[in-house]
Design a protein around this ligand. Structure first.
Ligand code: CA
Length: 517
C-alpha cells in the first residue's frame, strides 16, 4: 500500500463509530477480532521513559547529547507542548494506559490499582490484544504494585511479562544518588531491557505477527546511575544550574513539596528544598544534574538500539512509534527536585509519535495531553476506541502539525486533603487548590485554598504568581471559567462509571505528598 492509500485507509477506519447492542462502554474491547490473525495492520512500538523532562537536543537543549531522540524525530512528529495529567508515575501511567483522567482511574498515588478501583476500564495494550495483536511488555510500563496479582497488569499482555533483572548499583555501597562505573550498558537494567527489546523485534520480524511492543526504560529516574562513557559526554563545571531557585511572588504553599525523594540518599547533604534559607549546595546540584544528563544519554543509546533493530528488520515503515516520558522533572528550579507538582518542569513531557502515512520530521506546539495517546493509537490502527475516553485523537495533527486541536491541557496534584487542578493554555497556566474536592462531585467554590496564575510569554520561569494582579483579572476569569466548565463536564462524565460510588471523596485520604516514583 502506498503512502496516500494508507493514509486514506487510516482516515477511513478511524472514523468508525462504536455501535451495536452491547454496552457502549465496553463494545470496543468485546466485539472485535481475537483470533490473532491481524496481518497488514501497523505494528506499535510503545516506549516509556521514567522521569525524563525534555533535556534533549531535539527539544532545544544544547547541552544534551541525545542523537537518537533526534533520529526518532525524523520519523514523525515531536510534540513540544505535551502535558501529563499527574506528575507522579502511578497516576500518570494509569491514566495514559486507560485513556481517562486520574479522577476516573482512582489512582492518585503509588498505592491502589485501576483494575480494582474501576473494573470497567480497558487498557491500551489489552485493547490491542483483543483486536488480534501480540502484546508484549517489559521494563516499567505500569507502576509496579505491591500486590503481585496486579503487578505489570497480566490482562494487558498476550505472553508473560518479560523480566529484566539487574542490580541497581554496580560499585556503590549503600543508597547513593549517583554512580559512575566503567561498565557496559547491560550492567544496568536499561541495557538489558534494550537487548530484550531487540530480540523481540527480531522475533516479530520472523513470525510476521502484528505486535504492540511496550518497552519501559527506567532512567533517568533516581538513583542516577549510568555507565562512565555517558558521564564522559559532559563536563561537570559546565552543567547548567536552575536559573530560578526561589519561590514565586505571592506563593501558594500547596504548590511546593520537600523534595524527599532526593533527600533519602546518603550522598546528598541536608538541604531545605524550596525554602530559600538553605538550598542544596552548588557542587551537589552540579553532580546530580551531570548524572541526570548521563542517564538521559544512556537511555538515548538504548533507544538507538531499538531503532537499529526496526530498520535492519525492514519494519520501520510499518510500525507506529510512540515515545513518552511519564512526567517532567525538577532539577533545582523553584528550589525543587524530582517531580510531584503542577509546575511547568514537572508536567511538561516528551512525546513523539510517528506512523505510516503521517508527517515526518515535523514539530507541533499544540497543547496536548497524555490522555490523547489512547484515541490516537486506536485511530491509527483502525481499532474502535472506547466511547468514554477523556482525550482526543491527534491524527489531524500528525497529518498537519500546524492544525490546532483543543487548546487546553488539564492536570492535577494533591497535598493531603487539598487537590490542585491545573489548566494550561498555550500562554498561561492557572492552578486552583481546593479542599476535599474531586471532579466527580459538584464543585461549589467554597473551599478554594489558593490560586496560581503564570504567564509564560512574560515570565517563562514562573517567578511571579499573577493571580492577584489586577492586570491579569480578565485572563484569570477566562481560565477559571474554562476550568470550572471542565469540572462540570468531568462531573457529568463520572456518571458513566458511577465514580463517586467507586471511590467516595470522604473515604480517600488524598495521600500522595511523599511518593517517590
Ligand atoms: Ca516516573
Amino acid at each position: 500500500m502506498n503512502t496516500n492509500n494508507l493514509r486514506k485507509y487510516i482516515i477511513g477506519i478511524g472514523t468508525i463509530a462504536c455501535t451495536g447492542s452491547v454496552s457502549p462502554l465496553l463494545c470496543s474491547a468485546q466485539d472485535q477480532n481475537t483470533s490473532g490473525n491481524n496481518s497488514g495492520k501497523p505494528n506499535v512500538l510503545f516506549i516509556a521513559i521514567d522521569d525524563l523532562r525534555p533535556v534533549l537536543s531535539v527539544y532545544g537543549d544544547n547541552m544534551a547529547r541525545t542523537p537518537n531522540f533526534k533520529r526518532l524525530a525524523k520519523y514523525g512528529v515531536t510534540f513540544t507542548n505535551n502535558y501529563c495529567q499527574f506528575a507522579l508515575s502511578g497516576p500518570t501511567r494509569a491514566s495514559l494506559l486507560t485513556g481517562v483522567r486520574p479522577d476516573n482511574t482512582g489512582v492518585w498515588s503509588l498505592q491502589g490499582n485501576f483494575r480494582t478501583n474501576n473494573p470497567s476500564l480497558v487498557t491500551l495494550p489489552e485493547l490491542f490484544r483483543k483486536n488480534g495483536y501480540e502484546t508484549v511488555g517489559m521494563g516499567k510500563i505500569y507502576h509496579p504494585l505491591d500486590d503481585k496479582n496486579y503487578r505489570d497488569d497480566p490482562q494487558s499482555w498476550s505472553m508473560p511479562y518479560i523480566k529484566t533483572p539487574a542490580p541497581t548499583y554496580v560499585i556503590s555501597n549503600g543508597r547513593k544518588a549517583t554512580e559512575c562505573a566503567d561498565v557496559p550498558d547491560n550492567a544496568y537494567e536499561d541495557g538489558i531491557i534494550a537487548e530484550k527489546g531487540v530480540e523481540m523485534i527480531k522475533s516479530f520480524a520472523a513470525s510476521g505477527k502484528s505486535f504492540f511492543l511496550a518497552i519501559g526504560f527506567k532512567k533517568p529516574h533516581a538513583p542516577y546511575v549510568a555507565p562512565k562513557k555517558y558521564w564522559d559526554m559532559y563536563e561537570r563545571e559546565k552543567m547548567p544550574l536552575a536559573e530560578y531557585q526561589d519561590v514565586t511572588s505571592d506563593p501558594v504553599v500547596y504548590a511546593y513539596h520537600p523534595s524527599n525523594e532526593l533527600k533519602v540518599y546518603s550522598d546528598i547533604p541536608p538541604f531545605h528544598s524550596y525554602e530559600d534559607t538553605k538550598h542544596l549546595d552548588v557542587a551537589t546540584q552540579r553532580r546530580v544534574i551531570h548524572a541526570y544528563y548521563a542517564c538521559v544519554s544512556y537511555v538515548d543509546a538504548q533507544l538507538g538500539k531499538l531503532l537499529d533493530a526496526l530498520e535492519s528488520q525492514g519494519m520501520a515503515e510499518n510500525t507506529i512509534i510512540v515515545l513518552w516520558s511519564d512526567h517532567g522533572y525538577h532539577l533545582g528550579d523553584h528550589g525543587l527536585w524530582n517531580k510531584n507538582s503542577n509546575f511547568e518542569t514537572a508536567t511538561r513531557t516528551v512525546m513523539m509519535i510517528s506512523a505510516p502515512g503521517m508527517k515526518r520530521g515535523s514539530y507541533t506546539s499544540n497543547v496536548t495531553e497524555f490522555v490523547d495517546i489512547f484515541p490516537t493509537l486506536c485511530e491509527l490502527s483502525g481499532i474502535k476506541a472506547p466511547t468514554y475516553l477523556d482525550g482526543k485523537s491527534l491524527v489531524p495533527v500528525l497529518l498537519e502539525p500546524s492544525k490546532k486541536v483543543a487548546g487546553y491541557a488539564f492536570g492535577q496534584y494533591n497535598r493531603g486533603q487539598v487537590n490542585g487542578y491545573s489548566i494550561r493554555s498555550s500562554r498561561y497556566r492557572m492552578v486552583e487548590w481546593v479542599k476535599d474536592f474531586r471532579t466527580y462531585v459538584p464543585f461549589d467554590g467554597k473551599e478554594i485554598m489558593g490560586v496560581e496564575l503564570y504567564d509564560y510569554e512574560n515570565d517563562p520561569l514562573e517567578t511571579r504568581n499573577e493571580a492577584r494582579n489586577p492586570e491579569y483579572k480578565k485572563v484569570l476569569e477566562k481560565l477559571q471559567k474554562e476550568l470550572h466548565l471542565f469540572y462540570k463536564a468531568q462531573y457529568k462524565k463520572s456518571k458513566i462509571f458511577n465514580t463517586y460510588k467507586l471511590f467516595p471523596v470522604e473515604e480517600n485520604s488524598l495521600e500522595g505528598y511523599d511518593n517517590f516514583s
